[in-house]
Design a protein around this ligand. Structure first.
Ligand code: MN
Length: 373
């Protein structure tokens, strides 16, 4: 007999994406994608025949969520065919005993939905699972102290085949948290507690960075749906299997709908533009791209670069381009056609062209071009 857990976290439902000038239609798609991804996660968990669906914090982006959103989420969870959905409060959707979010969740929740709001062991025997969960729920947005302390102080642990920790916060040396304000934990602190496995949330990048992991004492699921240009992966979750003896193996599952790509490219000929276009259009309607071009293009390609960008834009969900360091390639012929023979600009530019110093030539050309205008 094995226990299969679907481990996710940091979906941040309710993110508004108002931080960037996304067109309204794009923004709405990004907001909606997070719910579609939750639906997908439940499907993937069903396909993998997981018995426990575990959310290690920050399911919601805020503690104030509209009632219909909470109802929608509970409804999506109800499609899980396993035995139990357990949700931990993270630092964005923290539980302080007062807010309405967890209260409303509890009121709407079905029998299989378990809210890990307390620092006490949760035995899953009522769900037919011979496991105990040890949660470290966040009680506020920031804290320099993690919430693991109670586990070590526990006089006795409930007997069960599997002992599983669930925490939300940073792990020193793995997650960036310079000011130590996101419930920081030490690796040794986690392992010394002697549980079979820790399902962690908060860090949006999956850890370990492997597709298959054996005997990990803890894993960060990472966000299942990319949320901005600082997210360089395609969204991920773990299917973690604990065998009879508590041996753990975790398999990474790709989950994301949209993909953010930040690309800086130095271009030297139009063929490279074509290649780049082909590569980006493969990602297509699900790609949001921030593209910065530098280098040189021959006159014709340079002058039609706007059209090139528009062509690219129409094949992507979103494009943000920058070409301020892309320049027109200046050749001797070009100088001849643009400036009268013997004129000062023609003589200066030709001399620079002969010297094979493209940077100086570019600079001189720009200065002359500006004066001309
Ligand atoms: Mn968090």
């Amino acid at each position: 007999m094995v226990l299969k857990i679907f481990h996710t976290a940091d979906l941040h439902l309710g993110m508004t994406f108002g931080n960037r000038n996304y067109p309204e239609a794009v923004r709405q798609q990004l907001v909606e994608a997070r719910y579609q991804t939750l639906e997908l996660l439940v499907e993937l968990a069903n396909e993998a025949k997981c018995r426990l669906f575990l959310v290690a914090g920050d399911l919601f982006h805020r503690v104030q969520m509209p009632a219909q959103t909470i109802a929608r989420v509970v409804q999506i969870f109800s499609r899980f065919q396993g035995d139990c959905v357990a949700v931990l409060p993270g630092n964005h959707d923290y539980y302080d005993g007062y807010g309405s979010l967890w209260q409303e969740m509890r009121e709407l929740s079905t029998d299989s939905l378990l809210l890990l709001t307390e620092t006490s062991p949760y035995h899953l025997q009522d769900y037919g699972i011979d496991a105990v969960l040890y949660p470290a729920p966040c009680h506020r947005k920031r804290s320099g102290t993690n919430r693991l302390g109670w586990i070590g102080r526990l006089a006795e642990r409930p007997a069960a085949r599997w002992q599983i920790g669930v925490a939300h916060g940073t792990v020193r040396g793995i997650s960036p948290d310079l000011e130590e304000q996101y419930f920081p934990m030490d690796q040794a602190e986690l392992t010394v507690l002697g549980l079979h496995h820790w399902c962690l949330g908060h860090t949006h990048v999956p850890y370990p960075a492997q597709e298959q992991v054996e005997e990990a004492s803890f894993c960060f699921s990472g966000t299942p749906e990319p949320d901005g240009f600082d997210c360089r992966h395609g969204g991920s979750a773990w299917v973690t299997t604990l065998d009879e003896t508590g041996r753990v193996s975790s398999r990474a599952v790709p989950t994301g709908r949209f993909r953010f790509m930040e690309i800086a490219r130095e271009i030297h000929d139009p063929g490279e533009l074509e290649q780049l276009q082909e590569q980006l259009l493969q990602a297509g309607e699900r790609a949001l791209v921030k593209l910065s071009l530098s280098g040189f293009l021959p006159e014709e390609a340079y002058r039609s670069r706007r059209r090139w960008f528009e062509g690219l834009r129409s094949g992507l969900l979103y494009l943000e381009e920058s070409d301020s360091t892309l320049a027109m390639e200046l050749s001797a012929e070009l100088i001849e056609t643009h400036f009268p023979a013997g004129s000062f600009p023609q003589r200066l530019l030709s001399r620079l062209a002969e010297k094979d110093d493209p940077a100086a030539l570019q600079l001189a050309y720009r200065l002359i071009d500006e004066v001309k205008r």
